[in-house]
Design a binder for this molecule. Sequence first.
Ligand SMILES: CC(C)(COP(=O)(O)OP(=O)(O)OC[C@H]1O[C@@H](n2cnc3c(N)ncnc32)[C@H](O)[C@@H]1OP(=O)(O)O)[C@@H](O)C(=O)NCCC(=O)NCCS
Length: 144
Amino acid sequence: MQDVEDIFLLLAPSVNSEVILPRSRENIRKYLPNFLVARSGGALAGCVALRDFDDGLHEIRSLAVAPAFAGQGLGSELVQSALRLARQRQGKMVFTLTMRPNLFLRLGFKVVANDYFPQKVWADCRFCPKKDRCNEIALCQELV
Ligand SMILES: CC(C)(COP(=O)(O)OP(=O)(O)OC[C@H]1O[C@@H](n2cnc3c(N)ncnc32)[C@H](O)[C@@H]1OP(=O)(O)O)[C@@H](O)C(=O)NCCC(=O)NCCS
């Protein structure tokens, strides 16, 4: 339960700046098995979530690293851990929508059109405050 509160607080600044979609404490608690967290001492250093869209399609979302731990490769480690989790869950394709495409490009993701995954558009984009001014880049990686 400590993870729920810590994840909520870690995501808050990026939610406020519209970089990460808002998630309530209840939503984080419900989907806690989809989160991976990195801790240093007692503190939450970073988190990422993997969302299952069925048919082998997974989304990497809610990626955040605390400022004190930024620029040391932790964000990349979390994405790689999420890719491993997707493989364990028999994933075939992983995608993300992000304003940090370089991080994902370095890890083998390819850029695709923002509406390439209609499942995401249907689930989230149509409710997003930025739906008419989307500035995110969609990327995906096929898992082999
Ligand atoms: C995006 C975010 C998760 C990146 O976390 P991070 O731990 O700093 O990520 P990394 O350290 O792996 O990579 C960050 C930069 O550090 C550099 N870097 C990577 N490993 C490094 C290392 N060992 N030493 C020094 N620098 C390194 C990389 O060049 C990278 O730059 P780039 O992504 O602009 O090319 C973090 O900045 C964050 O929480 N941002 C706010 C929320 C957000 O934007 N989330 C993503 C939306 S999907």
